[in-house]
Design a protein around this ligand. Structure first.
Ligand code: GTP
Ligand code: MG
Length: 354
């Protein structure tokens, strides 16, 4: 049986990490699996680069959401399935709200009976559960709830940060709040729960129900309209020395975090990925102004030459975000005595784009 699964979920919940861990696990233990990273804007986003650096069977669909380019998605699925792939997973850009309708129902309407859809999957992290339980986060809670309403399968990720009893409490809460969804717990970082996830996707089926979501809901629209996206790809080099690539990425992330906070904005996810010509790489994630920085991977060697991709989604006007990030890259690069040359930059309000 060949299956296609969409992974929805909030920024930073671990969609990309779980897709990478799952495709590796599935390929090692069952059969071929592939992942698609789907982003708006140019090609070459951090998630896709990271998947390639991690040696995953990965491709990207850029410039358009898979909600609206069924022909491109169908071609990609056909190529994978013809190549012996059994499971293809794709994420969804933006908030993903409405993706069950747009992707599963849209593909079934355009290509009736051609594809088997795995349970529509929504990633949640422990903080998602805290927000929903304590009704914190204002607009954010609205988005998280709308996403989870669509789920056939809720995957509680990052279970490595929870005790056993905290994990069970979180699962109980999710099951009670979303009784139509199966709930499982994983840790993409540690590799826990990947067999259960593989089975849920391959043995389960999409419900193809029409979730009761009010897309025109003013709060949801308001939350979507507040976000802006920033994308920068550049090359940085030092002329006659080497430098600490890990310290450089951390300094960038720290300063951007402080400046976004000072501007009263919020930054749910900034990804900083840099790699050296030999393939050594470093990654730093910023998941909010009030959270510690995440360092999923560090450079093993000092650097002389780096390609850098920086993607951010923030709740602040795109002009402000542009000023903060571009200014910080310039200042920190100078501090590290680096010459930097940008070769692609995009910055826009997500509300306008969507
Ligand atoms: N502790 C822990 N951290 C994790 C786990 N999975 C992902 N992370 C970290 O969470 C951060 C966000 O993970 P991503 O996989 O980039 O999240 P995403 O949902 O793809 O984010 P967007 O692409 O912005 O929507 C990264 O720093 C990961 O290393 C996990 O199982 N445990
Ligand atoms: Mg991602």
């Amino acid at each position: 049986m060949k299956k296609f699964a969409v992974f929805s979920g909030f920024l930073g919940s671990g969609k990309t990490s779980t897709m990478m861990a799952l495709t590796h696990y599935y390929t090692q233990h069952h059969g071929k699996a592939a992942m698609i990273t789907n982003d708006l804007g140019s090609k070459g986003f951090a998630d896709h680069r990271l998947a390639l650096l991690r040696g995953c069977n990965a491709s990207e669909i850029a410039e358009e959401c898979i909600c609206f380019c069924h022909d491109v998605l169908a071609e990609r699925l056909n190529a994978s399935f013809n190549d012996g792939v059994e499971l293809v997973v794709s994420d969804i850009p933006g908030f993903g709200v409405g993706a069950q309708e747009h992707v599963y129902h849209g593909m079934e309407a355009d290509y009736p009976g051609c594809y088997a859809f795995a349970p529509f999957t929504v990633l949640a992290e422990p903080r998602t559960v805290t927000f929903l339980r304590e009704k914190q986060g204002g607009d954010l809670s609205h988005i998280l709830h709308a996403q989870l309403l669509e789920a056939d399968l809720i995957v509680l990720n990052k279970c490595d940060v929870l005790t056993d009893s905290e994990r069970e409490e979180a699962i109980t809460f999710l099951r009670a709040s979303y009784p139509l969804s199966q709930v499982i717990a994983v840790s993409a970082l540690r590799g826990d729960g990947l067999e259960e996830l593989s089975r849920a996707l391959m043995q389960g089926e999409a419900s193809m129900r029409h979730p009761d979501i009010d897309y025109e809901d003013a709060d949801l629209q308001h939350a979507m309209g507040e976000l802006s996206e920033y994308y920068l790809q550049y090359h940085a080099s030092v002329c006659c020395n080497d430098f600490d690539g890990n310290a450089y990425l951390l300094e960038l992330a720290k300063r951007i975090q402080a400046e976004v906070k000072a501007s009263d904005g919020e930054i749910p996810h900034l990804k900083l990925l840099a790699w050296a010509p030999e393939g050594d790489y470093g990654k730093v994630d910023l998941l909010g102004t009030d959270r510690p920085l995440e360092v999923p991977h560090t450079f093993a060697q000092p650097c002389t030459d780096l390609a850098v991709v920086l993607n951010a989604t923030a709740a602040c006007p795109h002009q402000t975000l542009d000023g903060i990030i571009t200014g910080t890259v310039d200042a920190v690069s100078r501090q590290f005595q680096l010459e930097w040359v940008a070769f692609r930059k995009e910055c826009f309000d997500l509300g306008e784009e969507e």
